[in-house]
Design a protein around this ligand. Structure first.
Ligand SMILES: *[C@@H]1O[C@H](CO)[C@@H](O)[C@H](O)[C@H]1NC(C)=O
Ligand SMILES: *[C@@H]1O[C@H](CO)[C@@H](O)[C@H](O)[C@H]1NC(C)=O
Ligand SMILES: *[C@@H]1O[C@H](CO)[C@@H](O)[C@H](O)[C@H]1NC(C)=O
Length: 289
């Protein structure tokens, strides 16, 4: 004969759900006694199953402080987005069920006052997000009778790209054979940018003589040729919003003193001696890419 006595005690605090509202204490006591248990494998498995069920029941309903299942992450929201709401995730477990609050830049988000906000299963939903009102650092705070936990800081930012302020750029004149750089100078923005250049009407290709820096947007051209003469326009794309803006065109011309100093320049080209510092820097940049 085998006697198994399992004692499982679960305490339930405040109302967890209407069903269990009045339950202050669930006490389970199991007495299982099987004769000739070892004879039957079926009984054995049945016994293990009951043990597992009891274990998971006790585990789920045991009282404990709040624990994060999911913490909020940084959000980059496209300002011109079709979707007019943003969600900051937060999922917490705990018993009693934790109460969840949100903070923006360290002060409580007043869910009741601003109708744009709502908390759905812990996550913060913001309808019609507004750059001036909603940009900032958010934290999810979960509290029950056992304690309070504070999530990591999650930044909400708005991705945008303004138009270029200037309409014209002054002409750049270069000696044939020299290296040069055309500055893009992207307008005010938030979110990652990508850069390209238009040469006259055509997208400028990159080869071993031309290079567009994806850091600054600047266009580098080595050993300028007659065919490089024309208008250059920087094209800036915000990779988050896919919004694209064109810069003012920069005309490029060849300097005429080439004829007077022809031999000297030829010499420079062959020996790679450059006398003025700015072209030296440009060449260094070109060689380093
Ligand atoms: C965003 O909020 C600011 C300040 O409250 C307000 O002036 C502006 O009109 C709002 N923008 C939009 C698109 O609702
Ligand atoms: C929160 O703080 C950031 C950084 O200081 C600031 O740019 C933003 O405007 C603030 N947000 C609000 C809603 O005050
Ligand atoms: C460059 O732009 C100027 C002004 O828009 C125009 O007069 C000129 O013909 C253009 N040059 C080329 C090579 O397209």
């Amino acid at each position: 004969m085998l006697l198994v006595k399992i004692n499982c005690q679960c305490e339930i605090g405040e109302s967890v759900s209407p069903l269990r509202y009045n339950l202050q204490r669930i006490s389970l006591q199991w007495e299982i006694s099987f004769k000739k248990l070892t004879k039957s494998v079926v009984y054995y498995y049945f016994f293990v199953l009951i043990l597992l069920l009891l274990f998971s029941f006790c585990n789920d309903y045991a009282l404990h402080g709040p624990v994060f299942i999911q913490e909020p992450g940084h959000v980059m929201f496209p300002l011109n987005s079709e979707e007019k709401k943003v969600k900051l995730n937060c999922e917490v477990k705990g018993n009693p069920k934790p109460h969840i609050r949100w903070k923006l830049n360290g002060t409580d988000v007043d869910i009741g006052v601003d109708f744009r906000y709502s908390v759905v299963e812990g996550s913060l939903l913001i309808n019609n997000p507004n750059k001036t009102q909603d940009t900032g650092t958010y934290q999810c705070i979960a509290t029950n009778s056992f304690g309070t936990i504070v999530s990591r800081e999650a930044k909400l930012q708005f991705a945008y790209l303004e138009n270029f302020k200037t309409r014209t750029r002054s002409t750049v004149s270069v000696r044939q054979g020299q290296g040069m750089v055309l500055l893009c100078g992207p307008p005010a923005h938030s979110g990652e940018l990508s850069y390209a250049w238009i040469f006259n009407e055509y997208p400028s290709y990159q080869d071993n003589r031309r290079f567009v820096s994806q850091e600054t947007g600047n266009l580098y051209i080595a050993k300028v040729e007659k065919s490089d003469v024309g208008n250059y326009t920087c094209v800036v794309t915000n990779t988050v919003t896919n919004h694209k803006v064109l810069g003012p065109p920069t005309p490029l011309i060849l300097r005429n003193d080439e004829l007077l100093e022809g031999t000297k320049i030829q010499e420079h080209k062959n020996s790679r001696i450059i006398t003025d510092t700015s072209s030296c820097q440009q060449l260094c940049l070109l060689l380093s890419f």
